[in-house]
Design a protein around this ligand. Sequence first.
Ligand code: ASP
Length: 300
Amino acid sequence: MQAASSAIVVHGGAGAGEELSDGCRCAAEAAAQALARGEQGLAAVIAAVVVLEDDERFNAGTGAALGLDGKTIEMDASVMDSRGTLSAVAALRSVKNPVLVARDVARSPHVLLAGEGAQRYARLMGHAPYDVVPETARRRHWELLEKMGTCEQPMAGVDNIEFARFWNYGGQPGFDAPQGCDTVGAVVRDADGHFAVAGSTGGSAPSLLGRVGDTPLIGCGFYAGPAGAVAATGIGEYIIRNMLAITVYHWIAAGVDLHLALQRGLALVPPDASTGLIAVSKTQAGWLANSSTPFAHIQD
Ligand code: ASP
């Protein structure tokens, strides 16, 4: 295949705040270094996501959001490329880098492993138990509970009462709860003209136990094919309903300008639901969000 110019776009979570862009730049540089070593786009997106998973300011890996019980952490992650790789994990507990477990699922006969089975598989693949909860994650959790205590709507379209009514953690709810996104994701076009995407999240907060968002669901939070790669961030429930990543991908594949495709995609979700999109195509790269979201972009 003829050499193409490479492009990398990274996001740090819808609504996470542009002040976190330095973390996204470090992640994009890690992806660029992987490409410079001659690695494929898949290795590059994974390198970017690992950097963000290890940065506790982001809701992924070490910084993953605590469940509403203040203890449980369940994480989702996925990888896909235009060479045929597709694998993901959902509701995975106690690992440092869910995206590396997602990558390892590609070695199994399956595409998606969830819950206890995913955790056992992670151990089999050599991923050690990891249960670090940084002070930032605890603080975000208490800030969330405080907001919920003021009856602020925790998610666009959902009242606090729903989380108490359907409480499925142990014990009793300790709130009367806010919304947090900050998932991380990366898309790459490599020098061979192939595309790759990876994402990782602690899940949008608040959420019930066992909740799985868009991040590990193909076509919803991520998609990569011969025409490009797309990743979404925001409230998974809206992203899933609109199969946002593949919807935007199909527009790009049909020849719609990439930036217009991102605009159309964003218009599918309610404006009060914090949402972001990143994409690369054969000739373009872009990002768009309806709230303050950290991004980084490196173009060859
Ligand atoms: N989309 C993720 C989820 O719903 C959260 C995020 O993007 O911040 O789990």
